[in-house]
Design a protein around this ligand. Structure first.
Ligand code: BDP
Length: 622
């Protein structure tokens, strides 16, 4: 009974999250039109970067106001051409695409037509046929606008979508940066300025995730929230459906198993579905059938004086629970050990653009490695990636770059079973009392938004100085012993890592995840005895860390995430050799020597910690 009351209480909290952000899916009542492909493009290289607005480039075809080039969407624009001024461009760039919209979308007044941008970095303004429909700040989350009435104004003409995107980062943006004007005429040309950034990845920009048009009926399912748990072998799915466009509607909610059999149903907008003989959602390598997903079909019927409306939306649902004790991270009440990676959305040519071949390759590599988890360092990743995690049972620590983005992130990702913890920031300066209070508020608010998941932030500061740590559920620590500290001195790792764990645990008695560790290795660079930047040095760092992890994971260390899965691009600088080389895979996804060390270890850990019956132990793949 208590469990049920808790489930109801937490659902109410999750619902405080305003209106919905359902991922667009096709159904018998919803159509999609993907606008991926070639768009028309121009960077505004005028001295004040404002010519596009001054001359209203959105009012006519972009090609009529100046030269244009082809630009693929989704992709960062930076590495697409041979022009270094576009790679390093700061300011507004303009994208345009004309679309022919199906006649019935226009003639049927009972249809909503929505334009959705999966993400565009950083600030976007969107026009349709020269009229502004929305603007959005933030590079990693979707935004949308209803455009039906606009395209109905002049049905004969194609729908012209113009999107201006500005990548300038300031102290108010997430991630932050600052523009520095270089006013010394002896050293810099007139009007010269640079973008300073305070993070270690390239500030890729452009339209990074798919743009699409989709339809819903005028009365539609706006949001669905599910919170799951189980008691013995009964699954509990507390749900809430919110409807927009009508005061009343009839609903039919059906939960179906993988074979399409109905396992529970209801006709209420909110309620509790009980699933007998539940098939729980389990992480990869923790169970022989990981990533089991039910499908919750919500069917809505409504009518007004003009017409009747039917809307159908099917949400994948994984039934699982997450809990944290002093020493353990529990999924479905069983201890879970994170053996995983940190990633970036990053690759050759595409930059941060969503790319299916890359996504599938990365999942294949994650599975080959025997990894069961990753952290979305340092921003929310594409929803398509989280859906893959749900299906493959890859556990996610979902990270947002700070305050404003947090609500939106929780709203977007709340229903993913793969997401087991929120990380509200990476390495914040939390040593001062005001900062500590800020983090207390941040964490408390995140818990109020979603009491079903633990919350953390990632720390690298000295345990004695970090004042925000009392409020996290799990301590996540980054450390780079024998790299940034005591460079070249591999022998210090055991003593320093041991002290790190003992100090944090001694002070807070909370489970600890080593959320980053690693060393740069330029692929193909060798030396024995090991020297920094060689593959042998990266191997040695990994091995030393692993020895201590093996001691502490029997006590309170609940995970280890290598920095990084793959090499990635950064700003140019004297410590970066064409990017950060701490990947265990190259940027082209080929293994360095360290990948094989990790692979052997992760498969061993999977067999030791994955709770598989002995007869299903996994051999480490070749
Ligand atoms: C960590 C940061 C990460 C950097 C890494 C490094 O969280 O973004 O890329 O250091 O320096 O502290 O390689």
């Amino acid at each position: 009974m208590l469990r049920l009351l808790w489930l109801f209480a937490v659902l109410d909290a999750v619902l405080l999250l305003d209106s919905g952000m359902l991922f667009p899916r096709e159904s018998s009542s919803r159509e999609l039109k993907e606008l991926s492909g070639l768009w028309v493009f121009r960077a505004d290289k005028s001295p004040n970067r404002n010519q596009g607005f001054e001359r209203a480039w959105y009012k006519s075809r972009l090609a009529e106001t100046g030269p244009v080039i082809d630009m693929p969407v989704p992709a960062s624009y930076n590495d697409i051409t041979q022009d270094s001024t576009l790679r390093d461009f700061i300011g507004w760039v303009w994208y345009e695409r004309e679309v022919v919209v199906p006649t019935r979308w226009i003639t049927d007044e009972g249809t909503r037509v929505v334009l959705r941008v999966g993400s565009a970095h950083y600030y976007s303004v969107v026009w349709v046929n020269g009229e502004k429909v929305t603007e959005h700040a933030g590079g990693h989350l979707p935004f949308e606008a209803e455009i039906g009435s606009l395209i109905r104004k002049d049905p004969a003409r194609p729908c012209r979508i113009t999107i201006a995107v500005n990548n300038t980062l300031t102290l108010e943006t997430l991630p932050p940066g600052s523009i520095q004007h270089m006013n010394d005429p002896v050293r810099y040309p007139e009007g010269y300025f640079v973008q300073n950034i305070y993070f270690d990845f390239f500030n890729y920009a452009g339209i990074h995730r798919p743009v699409l048009l989709y339809t819903t009926p005028k009365v539609y399912v706006d949001d669905i929230t599910v919170v799951t748990d189980f008691l013995d072998n009964t699954g509990l799915v507390r749900y809430q459906v919110s409807v927009k466009g009508a005061a009343t509607a009839t609903l039919k909610v059906t939960l179906m198993d993988k074979d399409g059999h109905c396992v529970a149903s209801s006709s209420e907008a909110s309620g509790l579905l009980k699933v007998v003989d539940v098939k729980l959602w389990w992480p990869y390598l923790m169970h022989k059938n990981p990533g089991y997903l039910y499908s919750m079909e919500v069917r809505l019927m409504a009518a007004d004086e003009r017409s009747t409306y039917e809307d159908v939306y099917a949400l994948p649902v994984g039934i699982r629970s997450v809990k944290v004790t002093n020493t353990q991270f529990l999924i479905n009440n069983k201890p879970f050990y994170f053996h995983g990676v940190n990633k970036h959305e990053d690759s050759d040519i595409r930059g941060k653009g969503l790319d299916w071949p890359l996504i599938v390759k990365d999942f294949n590599l994650i599975k080959w490695l025997g990894a069961n988890s990753f952290r979305t360092s340092h921003y929310p990743y594409a929803e398509e990636i989280l859906q893959m995690c749900d299906r493959h049972g890859i556990v996610v620590i979902d990270e947002c770059p700070g305050l404003g983005v947090r609500c939106l992130l929780v709203r977007r990702d709340k229903n993913h079973p793969s997401v087991v913890m929120w990380s509200v920031a990476n390495e914040p300066a939390a040593e001062m009392q005001p900062a500590a209070l800020y983090f207390k508020t941040l964490i408390t608010h995140t818990k109020a938004l979603d009491p079903t998941r633990p919350v953390t932030y990632i720390t690298d500061s000295n345990y004695a100085r970090d004042k925000g740590a009392p409020y996290v559920d799990v301590v996540c620590v980054n450390s780079y012993f024998s790299w940034y500290h005591d460079p070249g001195h591999l022998e210090v790792i055991p003593i320093q890592l041991n002290a790190q764990f003992e100090n944090w645990y001694g002070k807070y008695q909370k489970p600890i995840i080593q959320s980053e560790y690693g060393a740069d290795a330029v692929p193909g660079l060798h030396s024995d005895p090991p020297m920094m930047f060689t593959e042998e040095y990266q191997n040695a760092v990994l091995r030393s860390y692993h020895d201590i992890f093996d001691q502490k994971r029997k006590q309170y260390v609940v995970g280890e995430l290598i920095w990084n899965f793959a090499d990635f691009m950064t700003a140019q600088g004297i410590t970066r050799v064409v990017g950060n080389k701490k990947g265990i895979f190259t940027r082209q996804r080929q293994p360095k020597a360290g990948a094989f060390i990790l692979k052997e270890r992760y498969w061993r850990l999977a067999n030791e910690t994955g709770r598989l019956p002995p007869w299903t132990k996994y051999p480490c793949p070749l």
